[in-house]
Design a protein around this ligand. Structure first.
Ligand code: 13P
Ligand code: SF4
Length: 361
């Protein structure tokens, strides 16, 4: 099935009829039915920009500009290691949201993806928020257009919508509460039991939460293209070869990967687990950028990235996160562009469920 950004996509356009022998519920939860998102195209540097960059000491220049602009660099664990090393703060989605809200810098450069920069703007609107590459989207956010989400929600009476932070500001504005992978369980349990719970856009996280909390939820059928690349067969073969290694996974992974995992948590929780657990080795089922901080925090431990289906691909690297480069970080700080802007009424609408989450976390 092809995915077209402008076309009919969610949630009613999947053709479940070509998969005999399975119940509708099973089919709706099968990743086979998810559309494939296009590979994002990076914003190419111009020839003039490349010439200007040649011979520059980028690290020194970035430090100089940070001071000059009174800027802070916030980076997600999935950024390439060079960017992580330039950052003032590295964290998971919740930690980054808190850090952005508390920042007194004039400029927040968000080395992450678009929805994360939106979160910074929603929570700290008077700052200039920069994203090194505006094309840095997210398969979860891009697969959940606000108009389709609104129509989906409208089908249910007494519905309460919890949205994973990996969604657009417009979807946040349609939601009652936001969660991240580190506080999702708490958010679900905070909702009165008489409410019909809707959860989007990640059905893998949604399924995991239903098992953990015992709360039924109606799930939006979205997923993360990176966390759905892991191969169960190859993972089990790797475990047989390395029986001492613990499998740890992000809850965006598919249920069959989570079922084999000895620990499940957000990027920050996975990092903490590697640091504190006594196992000598870990098979890590999430985006491989996190390994950089894991190696720093626990240099004596062996870290093995969980294998994707295709042996030769680097599909455990998020193609959106990796659009950011140190060169683009430098240019963004120099030119104060690309800047993320948001109109005030959209911002306020998205702020409410975000602030609810922060108050409950
Ligand atoms: P966390 O940062 O909450 O672990 O989420 C991972 C992710 O996919 C971010 O896009
Ligand atoms: Fe989105 Fe997945 Fe990339 Fe995270 S890793 S930004 S969820 S596509």
């Amino acid at each position: 099935m092809n995915f077209e950004k402008s076309g009919e996509i969610f949630p009613n356009s999947f053709d479940f009829t070509d998969k005999p022998g399975k119940s509708q519920a099973e089919l709706e939860l099968s990743p086979m039915n998810l559309p494939h998102l296009p590979t994002p195209s990076p914003t190419e540097l111009t020839a003039a920009q490349r010439a200007e960059l040649a011979g520059l000491d980028l690290d020194a220049e970035i430090l100089r500009l940070k001071k000059e602009r009174n800027a802070v660099i916030l980076a997600h664990y999935y950024q390439e290691s060079e960017i992580q090393d330039l950052a003032d703060f590295i964290g998971d989605s919740l930690q980054l949201a808190r850090e952005a809200k508390a920042s007194s810098a004039d400029v927040i450069l968000f080395a992450g993806v678009h929805f994360m920069a939106e979160v910074a703007k929603i929570l700290n609107p008077t700052r200039t928020v920069l994203v090194p590459d505006m094309a840095a989207g997210c398969s979860l956010a891009d697969g959940c257009p606000a108009d389709k989400f609104r129509a989906w929600k409208a089908q249910y009476d007494n519905a309460f919508a919890i949205s994973y932070i990996n969604c657009s500001a417009a979807v946040k504005a349609e939601s009652d509460l936001i969660c991240t992978s580190s506080n999702a369980e708490k958010m679900v349990l905070s909702v009165p039991k008489d409410k019909t719970l809707l959860f989007g856009p990640d059905r893998n996280l949604g399924n995991y939460l239903m098992k953990k909390t015992g709360r039924e939820m109606i799930l939006w059928p979205g997923s993360c293209m990176v966390h759905e690349t892991f191969s169960l067969k190859r993972l089990l073969a790797l475990k047989r070869k390395n029986p001492e290694a613990k499998i740890i996974a992000h809850p965006e992974c598919e249920p069959h990967i989570l079922d084999e995992s000895e620990f499940i948590g957000s990027t920050a929780a996975l990092l903490k687990f590697v640091q504190n657990d006594s196992a000598p080795a870990f098979i890590v089922a999430t985006e491989s950028g996190i390994l950089h901080q894991m190696k720093k925090a626990a240099p004596e431990k062996e870290l093995i990235p969980a294998p994707p289906e295709e042996e030769s691909c680097s599909c455990n690297e998020c193609p959106y996160m990796r659009l950011n480069t140190p060169e683009k970080v430098y240019l963004a700080l120099r030119d104060l562009q690309p800047e993320l802007k948001m109109n005030e009424s959209d911002r306020r609408a998205a702020e409410l469920p975000m602030e609810r989450m922060l108050a409950l976390s």
